[in-house]
Design a binder for this molecule. Structure first.
Ligand code: FMN
Length: 184
């Protein structure tokens, strides 16, 4: 399958980029992986005047095309103030203005990494909301990587083998769910 893994962080040393790398490594031998650089898709704040004057920005359309090509999407997102980061929400708001918009019936797995003990899980519950509202098929289980600054090594491998096993199991059950949907 074609799997798009989006780390929703702009910063170079992002732990969510590292998590995306770790997940990508787990499945790269069996799937085609696309990892768009979130910063390369920086969009202006949603503004109805921009939309009326010049339509949905080309960058949003380009990201939508990448999502459309994917059989399944894995999100690795930071948690900001207990919720979805504004940049990701803004991107979803622009994507939602496209017809058809690219997330309808798209299988989506939500993951996140944070240095805290809760591993972004509060933010993931908020992140679910716009994805669900857009008609994405959000996998019931989510994964938050806690103490993330120390959890991954230089090669983006999990230092803790049990954590690696947990993520591997989750990602593969999500991909089985996505494959079943792709066939139906
Ligand atoms: C505006 C802002 C709000 C944040 N809020 C939270 C939070 O609510 N919970 C948390 O665990 N970490 C929070 N953090 C810390 C981030 O988890 C941390 O900066 C992390 O490295 C961001 O992910 P990234 O490295 O992938 O960019 C916040 C950081 C910023 C900049």
């Amino acid at each position: 399958m074609n799997i798009l893994i989006l780390a929703a962080s702009a910063q170079k040393a992002s732990i969510n980029k590292k998590l995306a790398g770790a997940i990508g490594q787990m499945i790269a031998s069996e799937h085609k992986i696309d990892t768009p650089d979130f910063k390369a898709f920086s969009l202006p704040m949603y503004d109805g005047d921009i939309e009326q004057e010049s339509g949905v920005p080309e960058l949003a359309q380009a990201l939508a095309a990448r999502i459309q090509q994917a059989d399944a999407v894995i999100i690795c997102t930071p948690e900001y103030n207990g919720s979805i980061p504004g940049g990701l929400k803004n991107t979803l708001d622009w994507l939602s203005r496209l017809r058809p918009h690219p997330l309808v019936a798209k299988p989506v797995l939500l993951t996140g990494a944070s240095p805290g003990a809760l591993g972004s899980i509060r933010g993931l519950w908020h992140t679910r909301v716009p994805f669900e509202a857009l008609g994405a098929l959000v996998y019931p289980e989510m994964f938050g990587l806690s103490s993330a600054y120390d959890a991954l090594d230089e090669q983006n491998g999990f230092k803790d083998a049990r954590k690696s096993e947990q993520v591997n199991k989750l990602v593969n059950s999500f991909l089985a769910f996505a494959a079943a949907l792709t066939k139906s």
